[in-house]
Design a protein around this ligand. Structure first.
Ligand code: IFM
Length: 456
């Protein structure tokens, strides 16, 4: 699998809404996902994120499992509506207490806590006030970050602001397949900008508090970057790739690195009557230095700029971007498996956006697991997927990308958003009837790999 250094950081990742359950306990209020789950037909089988993995009540035993696997890092997210019910006002001590205990439990187990402030569970009240398309949400986010930082900042040394803002933009506000289920390009563009602004404001606020307290920390953001390749050398296929790369990748990377939005994306949006609502000073705030970039990767797409009938414009007059399968093996999400594209993507980030350490903060696969009578899953497919992607990390490092860690998605089978519980990404199986946890073959394999690379 290539060469990785002994100090490479190994972890797993989860998110609050996908594992915690206890959605109405200890003062937590609804997030947009609680609301979305009540929309008939929004989630497969009408499932909801409660009790999910019941992690809220089983946290100590879950941390013990992480210790058994031998993780260096546990990446999790904080639930905004648990810490600041309703999305404004004072912190909720009972919600904060949970994360306080989690951080202590992790540190006692020798595991580095990596909280993410926002992994999609926006307080419903903020969505009612306009959600991420409303500029005020960015300021509310900084206030919430302060509450979290004040409680945990003495022990947490890496803070991630956002997880995958592009998914919130495209799935939450453009296609509407995720909460809050809106469908508007103008809202999507505003949501993208205000998430980035929230990132910048929250980072600045936490840096200020850290300086006062003498507690330095590393600031990170996690983006899911998807490589796109043209189906043929035709100009329209290259154009489809440019648009996808622009809207999904460069729309986030360029303001963070270069304090500007990519001119071609701004033009694409203008052609559809949409402007990114940037105000004076925003890009300075967004482009303030970060200490780490988290990259989430699952698949890339081969694109054609022509519809099957050969036309280059769709019914609304917009340019066609058609996903064309390459005939590669697929996961249970129907995502084609392409570790070679992952290596290229990581090398590209290292080359085009240098100067910041990189971490793979999510990578993994759902497969149709077949547990035996004891709940054990011999998932050689998942272990193979992870092995091939770790090998891609080693390739990219060789080509100069400053990759320092790999976190498998996910520690547990969990609530996979609009797919409910059917798509299992865990290296640990969760029996959702009994909440029994069972390490899969992939967890044992991961554990052995970590110990081998670490040299102990
Ligand atoms: O489950 C999600 C996670 O919440 C964000 N990244 C992708 C994962 C798999 O779809």
């Amino acid at each position: 699998m290539g060469t990785l250094p002994a100090n490479f950081k190994w972890g797993t990742a989860t998110s609050a809404y996908q594992i915690e359950g206890a959605v109405s306990e200890d003062g937590r209020t609804d997030s947009v996902w609680d609301t979305f789950c009540r929309v008939p037909g929004a989630i497969d089988n009408g499932e909801v994120g409660d009790p999910a993995c019941d992690h809220y009540h089983r946290m100590p035993q879950d941390v013990a499992l992480m210790r058994e696997i031998g993780l260096d890092v546990y990446r999790f997210s904080l639930a905004w509506p648990r810490i600041q019910p309703g999305g404004s006002g004072p912190g909720n001590d009972r919600g904060l207490d949970f994360y306080d205990r989690l951080v202590d439990e992790l540190l006692a187990a020798g595991i580095d806590p990596w909280p993410t402030l926002f992994h999609w569970d926006l307080p419903q009240e903020l969505e009612d006030a306009g959600g991420w398309p409303n500029r005020d949400t960015a300021y509310r986010f900084a206030d919430y970050a302060e509450l979290a930082y004040r409680r945990l900042g003495d022990r947490v040394t890496t803070w991630t602001t956002l997880n995958e803002p592009s998914v919130v933009t495209t799935h939450g506000y453009l296609s509407g397949v995720h909460a809050p289920g809106r469908k508007s390009l103008a809202d999507a563009a505003a949501a993208a900008h205000h998430q980035l602004l929230g990132h910048g404001l929250a980072g600045a606020r936490m840096r200020e508090l850290a300086a006062q307290a003498g507690n330095p920390f590393e600031l990170a953001i996690t983006l899911n970057l998807g490589p796109a390749t043209p189906e043929t050398d035709a100009a329209e296929d290259h154009e489809a790739v440019r648009r996808a790369d622009g809207f999904n990748n460069r729309l986030y990377m360029d303001p963070l690195w270069h304090k500007r939005y990519p001119a071609d994306v701004v033009e694409d949006l203008a052609a559809q009557g949409v402007t990114i609502p940037v105000q004076d000073g925003d890009l300075e705030i967004i482009g303030a230095p970060i200490d780490a970039l988290g990259i989430n990767f699952y698949f890339g797409m081969q694109l054609s700029g022509r519809a099957e009938d050969g036309s280059i414009l769709d019914a609304d007059g917009a340019p066609v971007s058609r996903h064309v399968l390459q005939g590669r093996p697929q996961t249970a999400m129907d995502w084609e498996i392409m570790p070679d594209e992952f290596a290229k993507l990581l090398s590209r980030v290292g080359r085009e956006y240098p100067g910041v350490p990189l971490y793979v903060t999510e990578n993994g696969a759902a497969f149709a697991d077949k547990p035996d009578e004891k709940g054990y899953v011999h998932d050689v497919d998942r272990a193979g997927y992870i092995a091939d992607h770790i090998a891609a990390v080693a390739v990219a490092r060789k080509e100069g990308a400053d990759l320092r860690g790999y976190f498998a998605w996910s520690l547990f089978d969990n609530f996979e958003w609009a797919y409910g519980y059917d798509k299992r990404f865990g290296i640990v199986r969760v029996d959702f009837d009994t909440q029994q946890r069972t390490l899969k073959h992939s967890a044992h394999w991961y554990s052995e790999t970590i110990r081998r690379v670490r040299g102990r």
